[in-house]
Design a protein around this ligand. Structure first.
Ligand code: R5P
Length: 284
């Protein structure tokens, strides 16, 4: 059975349809003291595939509870799909006394599962933190699907060098265009982002800025603004994980983005394409 976390219900349903597996209907409750209680009253089967984006602290707790609940209900094998792994950016201790949060989370999840499937984790190295086999899938190619078919001299631009790989993946899936990247600097104190343009000619070209995640939107909105200043044609933002925290959407609109394309690893208004087909392949 496919067992959805509360924030991955649409993706889990799509995955159930793709794989032909039944979809469980968990309940998600909260006690008066704030504690979470996720349960799977209709679990039936030997194999459970828990699908849960960990985009909040509550979601992490819920995931651990769902893993335990299906074992209690008789599951002999548990696969845990984490479409978006929160805390993946805390992949090392950045200062005295700081934890390696991604490792702590991975260890906890490992206790309740036989294997893990991750989708485009921010740092690929976080896969090593799990104590069970991990498969990491690159779902960035699905972002090409919703893009207009008639982009003018398309340029797939990464806002920093680290995102070049997924920009290439989207370009390859789109089937045309060039890739390039900006240099990015983020002030660790303020979080402010500055991007330095590359030499690529963007005037009158349609540009798709591709990143793994849009969180505060600072990186993407700065990139979009620079491209518009330089006379680009349409400027689209594409990301695997549309976290879009706080006022990120407004920042992007203010910078003049023409369209935001995200996947359903985090479900929201900009999750216009599903990674379910990619996950179905990974589960086959
Ligand atoms: C950084 O390396 C990532 O690829 C993203 O660019 C970054 O995490 C986005 O964060 P924000 O939206 O807060 O600028």
């Amino acid at each position: 059975m496919i067992v959805p976390g509360s924030s991955s219900q649409l993706l889990a349903a799509a995955l159930a349809e793709e794989t032909g597996r039944p979809l469980a209907t968990p309940t998600y409750d909260r006690f008066p003291d704030g504690e979470t209680l996720a349960a799977v009253p209709d679990f039936d089967g030997e194999e459970a595939v828990v699908v849960a984006a960990t985009d909040s602290d509550e979601a992490w707790v819920e995931l651990l509870q769902l893993q335990d609940a299906v074992r209690e209900a008789g599951a002999e094998r548990v696969t845990t799909v984490v479409p978006y792994m929160g805390y993946a950016r805390q992949d090392q201790s950045f200062g005295d006394g700081e934890p390696v949060s991604a490792r702590a989370m991975a260890r906890a999840v490992s206790t309740g599962t036989d294997r893990v499937v991750l989708v485009n984790p921010h740092e690929p190295g976080v896969a090593d933190f799990y104590d069970v086999p991990v498969e990491t899938v690159d779902a960035a190619g699905v972002l090409a699907g919703p893009l207009p078919a008639d982009l003018t001299e398309p340029l797939f631009l990464a806002p920093d060098e680290g995102a070049v790989g997924i920009a290439e993946t989207v370009r390859d899936a789109y089937g045309a265009g060039e890739t390039d990247y900006f240099e990015k600097h983020r002030d660790r104190e303020t979080g402010a982002v500055a991007v330095s343009p590359s030499d690529a000619a963007v005037s009158a070209r349609d540009v798709v800025v591709v990143d793994d995640i849009v969180a505060t939107g600072s990186t993407m909105s700065e990139s979009v603004a620079v491209l518009n200043d330089r006379g680009a044609g349409a400027v689209l933002a594409a990301c695997v994980h549309p976290m879009l925290a706080a006022n990120a959407v407004t920042k992007l609109r203010g910078a003049g983005v023409d369209r935001i394309v995200g996947s359903d690893t985090i479900e929201g208004g900009c999750s216009v394409v599903s990674v379910a087909p990619v996950l179905a392949d990974a589960l086959a």
